[in-house]
Structures are given as structure tokens and as C-alpha cells.
Design a protein around this ligand. Structure first.
Ligand code: CUA
Length: 321
């Protein structure tokens, strides 16, 4: 299922406030647009018709135009009222966005990288923290506090169905609070130009009931399973003896680097390469062989390994459910 990315179908209270402000702005602007066109049309119809021989109408120079003046003053006053109404609505929306009750909130740290999202789930018990990439699960009906950081350049976290945009800035932490009220899968997108692959810096937010969320989180906390068949075993050994483990982490193995996405449960994710590819064996093989072809400029280098080694690596990664 293609996840929704639509600010006009709010799935949470914050996005609903923003959508409300949008429709209010559209309504006021529509009324102004129609009024201006009506005035223009009226003027065109009423304007006196003349030809080269008609003398210029100098009447307005000689006597004051009371009716015209009244119309202009009324139009200016109505414009001021309209603008004040928009200002008031904007302030009220801002205030409403800031008042989400945060009791029992889920805390998630999101770090923007060129060009993927690192998602860290915080927990008072350090052993219960875990990391994933380009995928966020949240429980429906519970507030979520997202701490936003950036590793390299400015990125912007945006899930239109749940909230507005918030920048992730290197060297500082921003927070955004959101809550999903409807279960569903929503698409997030980086909303600040951050380099070559900015457009391919997407992520998925899955909002589900608390029981399913806990189930997912428990599965993510588990270390990677030991490969059982020979091919996956060979892939595991290639991973641990090659360059893969210099950038990636797989919990429960000797791969502990944090440069690239955590791959402990990579096979359970909906996409690869931050929403660029479907997560299947074919895409995975193509990605490992030549990421530059699929996402030019990305930090992962090409790996020109023999076919049988590539097969084994893919077989191993596919076991990381
Ligand atoms: Cu990250 Cu645009």
C-alpha cells in the first residue's frame, strides 16, 4: 500500500489544526478573489464607451466622487478585517499546536543524514533502546515527542498527515510533538533542500494500536537471529569480514559502526534507501552492487563482488527480519 502523504487528510490533532487554518485561509481568499472579479466585471460593463471623437470625461476633476470614495474606504476596511481574521486564526493555530498534553509520551530521537533518517527509540532502561532507519512506528492516541538532530546539513522533518514541518539543524536539538488519532501508514519527506538526493529522503510512519506498537518495538529490540542455512551463514561471514561492518551495525554481531543505517532488522522495513526502492532481494542486490546508480551522490560506495558472494550477502540480509 502506498502510504498517504496528504496535509488535507489529517490523521492527528496537530495536522487537523493546520488543515483548519488552511481551509479558513482558502475561504477568505476565495471571497476576496470573487469580490475583486465582480468589481472588475461591474466596472467593465458600466464604463462609458467612446471613440476617437469622444471628448475626455473630466467630470471627476471638477466635482468630488463621494460614492467612489465610500467604496474604496469600505474595501480597505474589509481588507483590514480579513487580514486581522487571518492573523488571529494563525496565532490561535500556533497556540493550539503548542498545547498537546505530553503525559505518557513516547520519546523518539530522529537524526537527519545525507540522505536517510536515523530513528532512535529512547528508554529509561538502556538495554531497551533501539535504532531503526527510515521507518517510525508510533502508538495511536499517545503523544510522541520527536527530538530532531542533523548529522551534516539542515534537513526538515515533515509528515503532512500528522503535523507541519520542523528543521533538523546540525549542532542543536529541535523538538516536535505530534499525535496520530487514526491508525495508518503515512509518508514523511525531508522538506529542506539538503543536497543531491534531497527528493529521495523519505520515511514511513506507521501508526498502530498500543499492543501492536509494543509488539513491533519488542521485535526491534531483539538482536539479529543467527543465520541457519549455509548460504546465509556465508553472507554473514562476508559481511563481518568485508567493508559492510565498517559503516553498519547489526545488533548481536561484531558489526557496530554507526555511519550508515542500523541493519539489525533491515528485512522488516517497507523500503530501502529512504523510500527509494521496494525492500526485496532484487533491489537489495542492485543496491549493494552499485548504490551510485540508484542514488547518485550517496555515501555508500559500490561493491563489485562476485555474483555468488552478492547472493550470499542478500540471503543473509533477508534473514534480518
Ligand atoms: Cu534531507 Cu532534504
Amino acid at each position: 500500500m502506498t502510504p498517504l502523504q496528504d496535509a488535507l487528510h489529517p490523521a492527528g490533532i496537530q495536522a487537523a489544526h493546520i488543515a483548519g487554518l488552511w481551509w479558513f485561509t482558502v475561504a477568505i481568499c476565495a471571497v476576496v478573489f470573487v469580490a475583486i472579479l465582480a468589481g472588475l466585471f461591474y466596472a467593465l460593463v458600466r464604463a462609458p464607451r467612446g471613440d476617437a471623437a469622444t471628448p475626455p470625461d473630466m467630470a471627476s476633476m471638477e466635482r468630488p466622487e463621494r460614492a467612489t470614495k465610500r467604496t474604496v474606504v469600505t474595501a480597505v476596511a474589509l481588507s483590514i478585517v480579513g487580514l486581522l481574521a487571518l492573523l488571529g486564526a494563525s496565532i490561535a493555530t500556533d497556540r493550539a499546536l503548542a498545547t498537546l498534553p505530553l503525559a505518557n509520551a513516547v520519546h523518539i530521537e530522529v537524526i537527519g543524514h545525507q540522505w536517510w533518517w536515523q530513528v532512535n527509540y529512547d528508554d529509561p532502561v538502556p538495554a531497551r533502546t533501539f535504532s531503526t532507519a527510515n521507518e517510525m512506528h508510533i502508538p495511536v492516541g499517545r503523544p510522541v515527542v520527536v527530538s530532531l538532530k542533523a548529522d551534516d546539513v539542515i534537513h526538515s522533518f515533515w509528515v503532512p498527515n500528522l503535523h507541519g514541518k520542523k528543521d533538523a539543524i546540525p549542532g542543536r536539538t529541535n523538538t516536535i510533538q505530534l499525535q496520530a488519532d487514526k491508525p495508518g501508514t503515512y509518508r514523511g519527506q525531508c522538506a529542506e533542500f539538503c543536497g543531491l538526493q534531497h527528493a529521495f529522503m523519505a520515511f514511513t510512519v506507521v501508526a498502530e494500536d498500543d499492543a501492536r506498537f509494543q509488539q513491533w518495538a519488542d521485535a526491534q529490540r531483539k538482536p539479529a537471529p543467527e543465520p541457519t542455512d549455509a548460504k546465509a551463514r556465508r553472507g554473514h561471514d562476508l559481511f563481518m569480514s568485508g567493508t559492510c561492518m565498517m559503516c553498519h551495525q547489526i545488533q548481536g554481531t561484531t558489526a557496530n559502526a554507526r555511519k550508515g543505517p542500523d541493519l539489525t532488522h533491515v528485512a522488516s522495513r517497507p523500503t530501502l534507501a529512504a523510500g527509494t526502492l521496494a525492500n526485496d532481494a532484487q533491489s537489495l542486490a542492485a543496491w549493494i552492487r552499485d548504490p551510485q546508480k540508484l542514488k547518485p551522490g550517496v555515501n555508500m560506495p559500490a561493491h563489485h563482488v562476485p555474483d555468488d558472494e552478492l547472493d550470499a550477502l542478500v540471503a543473509y540480509l533477508e534473514t534480518l527480519k
